[in-house]
Design a protein around this ligand. Structure first.
Ligand code: F6R
Length: 241
């Protein structure tokens, strides 16, 4: 695991964006994995800038997002599909039909998850996956539990995550209780992983991820076993290392 401490959130985003720009330069038809939430926003802004400057070309890339709220449609304000369209996909030269987000409105979550997993495999697997981390160490929506979940699956969000995500809704009661998420296996099968973390409130979680035991009780700790992970931290998130 390579840890890169950046002076601030913007610098971290610029460096992480460069990883994705290099990836599509190396392999134009890369399969990229993306995340939502606050952490990747500066990365996405810098990816858009690199694209505007003609440095990054996503025209042949395809993407798979980590997760989507169960019961939420693509046009709903807090859906992850809308988040991705607004914050990245309409701001870079990717073809929208090559972007994939789980269908939160499915009436058969099990089938939706199996088909998503199969689609990733059929595309040749994810070349580079972007991750944030939750306060409880979740990646995707893989919450602390007794066993690492392998494939894409339906998850029930824990109170800490509902509370953390309430900032995007009018109240915590509006946050969907369930989500569809790539599994830990899906994430670990990505050839390369880029994580972005900012803020002092994540410093203790980052410390446990890096130095702590590998345990499904802190799902991100499994990244210690991945051969190619780069973690970009701002100074606050790195303050306990
Ligand atoms: C988002 C995701 C989550 C977030 C995590 C941190 O697609 O899968 O694991 O990365 O909850 O969220 P932020 O960045 O909002 O603190």
């Amino acid at each position: 695991m390579e840890i890169i401490v950046c002076k601030d959130y913007q610098t971290l985003g610029a460096k992480a964006a460069t990883m994705f720009a290099s990836q599509v330069l190396k392999k134009p038809d890369s399969v990229l994995g993306f995340a939502t939430g606050s952490s990747p926003l500066s990365t996405y802004a810098h990816m858009a800038k690199l694209c505007d400057e003609g440095v990054a070309d996503f025209s042949r890339a395809s993407t798979y997002n980590l997760d989507e709220y169960y019961g939420m449609g693509p046009t709903q304000e807090q859906s992850y599909r809308k988040f991705m369209n607004d914050n990245l996909f309409t701001r870079i030269n990717i073809k929208l039909e090559n972007t994939h987000v789980l269908n939160g409105l499915t009436d058969d979550p099990e089938r939706e998850c199996a088909e998503y997993e199969a689609a990733i495999n059929a595309a040749g697997g994810i070349d580079m996956q972007l991750l944030g981390i939750g306060h409880d160490g979740h990646i995707g929506f893989n919450e602390p539990c007794d066993e690492f979940p392998n494939n894409t699956h339906l998850v029930t969000l824990v109170p800490m995550t509902l509370q953390a995500n309430a900032r995007f809704f009018n109240s915590v009661d509006e946050v969907p209780r369930q989500a569809l998420s790539m599994g830990i296996g899906t994430i670990m099968r990505a050839r390369e992983i880029v994580m972005v973390v900012n803020g002092a409130d994540k410093a203790e979680t980052v410390r446990k991820m890096v130095y702590g035991p590998v345990t499904p009780q802190l799902p991100a700790s499994i990244l210690q076993f991945h051969p190619r992970v780069t973690v970009f931290l701002d100074e606050a998130a790195a303050s306990r290392l």
